[in-house]
Design a protein around this ligand. Structure first.
Ligand code: A2P
Length: 329
């Protein structure tokens, strides 16, 4: 398997290489791509030094799979060029997610849609992935009608500059700002840019992507996305109104039986998901499972996951593993 990682020096790219190494993804040749200014620099993978190569030389090498984490504009420009060369692209940016001709894949939910003709496959937004991982089994059983999400998102989702801003502020050092305000000791109700309807782009990703992944427009999602000064993962307060009633112990069992989901829920022992425990893990953690007593058929959940792992790198590698296993590349 000839594999290219585009954006190998970035936050997601770095975690991608760790995940590929940990999961022992079969690689015969690894092409690491970053911007022109990084070409020639080296990165260690499985103890061996790999030089960063240019986009053009990676395309010319015709890899079987290219995993992109280099921003939307880079994906828009270069993913089609890899695809023309016969490469299957798995793209972490938002560039192709809502394109009706591209599949938006969380392997545990809809990998079976993939065929050999899917040459650009979209990886969903990090906040979306952890939401749908918990929502999918419950939706199948009780049919979600309306989902209200409030997020508490890690600065690592913004990139290196944001993590640096937080660390500088914690140390009392001034430096470049990734956000319009300080993030240390703060909460910013502002993830990604604002759209014309007053929602942010992050909030609209949460509204649009779950319907596409679950292939169902019979439910709606509305969101408020907030950046908080954590680095380990995103947290979500989720309120779901279902069309049919549920039994709480059955809800717990359904979540418990879902691969990739871990239930952490025991008020007696103060057990609930938190970013400090989700950090560096691949699972989606769910707790604070309780009935909303203000209206029928309505459930509260608290969902936490490492946004760079299942929210980005791990999900992309799982897609690649599926392509290999099913001989789709
Ligand atoms: P570089 O390190 O050379 O800038 P992050 O989202 O964490 O900032 O990472 C972005 C990643 O995308 C980095 O690896 C960055 O490389 C890479 N990148 C940015 N622009 C391009 C480009 N035009 N072509 C290839 N890689 C790019």
């Amino acid at each position: 398997m000839k594999l290219a990682v585009v954006g190998a020096t970035g936050m997601v790219g770095t975690v991608l290489l760790q995940v590929l190494e940990e999961r022992n993804f079969p690689i015969s040749e690894l092409l690491l791509v970053a911007s022109e200014r990084s070409v020639g620099k080296t990165i260690l993978f499985k103890g061996a030094s790999h030089s960063i190569v240019s986009m053009q030389s990676a395309i010319a090498a015709k890899p079987d799979i290219a995993i992109f984490s280099a921003g939307g504009n880079t994906s828009l420009e270069y993913a089609p060029k890899f695809a023309e060369a016969g490469t299957t692209v798995i793209d972490n940016s938002s560039a192709w997610r809502m394109d009706p001709d591209k599949k938006l894949v969380v392997p545990e939910i809809n990998a079976s849609l993939l065929t050999t003709s899917d040459k650009i496959i979209a990886n969903p937004n990090c906040s979306t992935i952890q939401l749908v991982m918990a929502l999918a089994p419950l939706h199948r059983k009780y049919q979600a009608k309306r989902v209200v999400v409030s997020t508490y998102q890690s600065v690592s989702g913004t990139g290196v500059k944001a993590v640096q801003q937080m660390e500088n502020e914690m140390a009392g050092i001034s430096g470049p700002m990734a956000y319009p305000y300080p993030i240390h000791k703060n909460a910013l109700p502002h993830c990604d840019v604002f759209e014309a309807n007053g929602f942010t782009k992050e909030e609209m990703k949460l509204a649009r992507e779950p319907q596409k992944i679950l292939d169902d427009r019979s439910f709606s999602v509305t969101a408020t996305a907030v950046r908080i000064p954590t680095a380990g993962g995103h947290s979500e307060s989720v309120n779901v109104e279902f069309r049919t009633d549920f039994d709480l112990s059955e809800v717990r069992q359904l979540l418990h039986d879902t691969p990739g989901v871990v239930v952490q829920d025991n008020p007696d022992t103060n057990t609930y998901p938190m970013p400090i425990y989700a950090h560096h893990k691949d699972d989606v953690f769910v707790g604070r499972i309780r009935r909303d007593e203000t209206q029928p058929n309505t459930l509260h959940l608290w969902i936490v996951s490492d946004n760079l792992r299942k929210g980005a790198a791990t999900n992309a590698v799982q897609i690649a593993e599926y392509l290999v296993e099913k001989k789709l590349v």
